[in-house]
Design a protein. Structure first.
Length: 135
């Protein structure tokens, strides 16, 4: 019986030590679409007035590193303070406007989280992610 208790304590110590270096995962309170909706012919949907689409893309200017650019209403923002200022101004007038984040595959997760946090700190009530249908 004593060796079995020793093994249990060794396993407990192993799992505690192994989990100590893990980064904490945070919960992003955003609902994604179900993803089971498909159509043989894609439907072109007119965007109703009042949606804010933030398109995140990577650009590589000549002679510099790749940088994430956020496009909002045909205007590009490469610096975060200007984007936050614009989002705060939009949220002050109508915080119920839905914000949709359209993210390219090459954009780093850290940049996505910063833009998402900017939307949350601006007090928008609905922030969603645009997804593509699986084939």
């Amino acid at each position: 019986m004593t060796p079995m208790i020793d093994v249990i304590f060794q396993l407990l110590i192993f799992f505690v030590c192994a989990s100590a270096g893990q980064t904490m995962e945070k919960h992003l309170p955003t609902e994604l679409a179900a993803g089971a909706i498909e159509s043989a012919n894609p439907v072109i949907v007119e965007r109703p007035f009042g949606e804010i689409w933030l398109r995140l893309r990577r650009r590589v200017p000549e002679g510099t590193e790749a940088l994430t650019v956020v496009e909002l209403n045909d205007r590009e923002y490469s610096d975060e303070p200007a984007l936050r200022k614009t989002l705060l101004a939009l949220a002050e007038t109508t915080p119920e406007i839905p914000v949709i984040l359209d993210i390219a595959g090459s954009v780093p997760l850290g940049d996505v989280v910063r833009v998402y946090d900017a939307c949350q700190s601006a007090q928008f009530r609905q922030v969603s992610f645009a997804t593509k249908a699986q084939k």
